[in-house]
Design a protein around this ligand. Structure first.
Ligand code: HEC
Length: 150
């Protein structure tokens, strides 16, 4: 598990180019998850632009699958010790650890919504795909409101 998390974080660092001298241990995990969150926003924006341009859902298969995989990685990127005590700026609220079950439930909702989006991207129902994008977007907000500081 630990090795897997490290690999995920290193992968994100490469993609995000965010590695710096602080990018180790808990600080590295914080920076990796922040980069991943930003990249998930990029994927969401690309999918929305494609929906607005009335492109086929199949053009968004890669973005949707990336989002679904990322969603499943989210809980593991918030281990104990990766809050303010990690020593780098973070918007993660202490409630992530004091109400772990609630946080994991929001992450599971997100993963289920993103999985469904990826399924729909493999088909050709553009209306269902667009509606599911909105469901995914709502699942981001449902976690940010209780667990992410402004
Ligand atoms: C299960 C909870 C959860 C879900 C679901 C979630 N986020 Fe986040 N997000 C967080 C937390 C907590 C932070 C703050 C992380 C930190 O600063 O260490 C965050 C941070 C962010 C940031 C700011 C990153 C930065 O450092 O500037 C963006 C952008 C973001 N999320 C986008 C999204 C998008 C888009 C989705 C849905 C597609 C999403 N998030 C889903 C919990 C979540």
């Amino acid at each position: 598990m630990r090795k897997w998390i490290t690999a995920a974080v290193l992968g994100l660092m490469c993609v995000g180019g965010a590695a710096n001298a602080q990018g180790e241990g808990a600080a590295g995990i914080v920076q990796g998850r922040q980069a991943g969150m930003m990249l998930s926003s990029v994927a969401m924006g690309a999918i929305k632009a494609s929906i607005d341009a009335q492109q086929a859902p199949s053009t968004q298969r890669f973005n949707s699958r990336a989002l679904a995989r990322w969603a499943r990685a989210v809980p593991g990127l918030f281990p104990a010790g990766s809050g303010a005590e990690a020593g780098v700026p973070t918007h993660a609220k202490p409630e992530i650890w004091s109400d772990r079950a609630g946080f994991e439930a929001r992450a599971a909702d997100y993963a289920a919504a993103a999985d469904r989006l990826a399924e729909l991207a493999a088909g050709d129902d553009a209306a269902a795909f667009a509606a599911q994008w909105t469901v995914v977007r709502a699942s981001c907000q449902a976690c940010h409101t209780p667990y992410k500081a402004e």
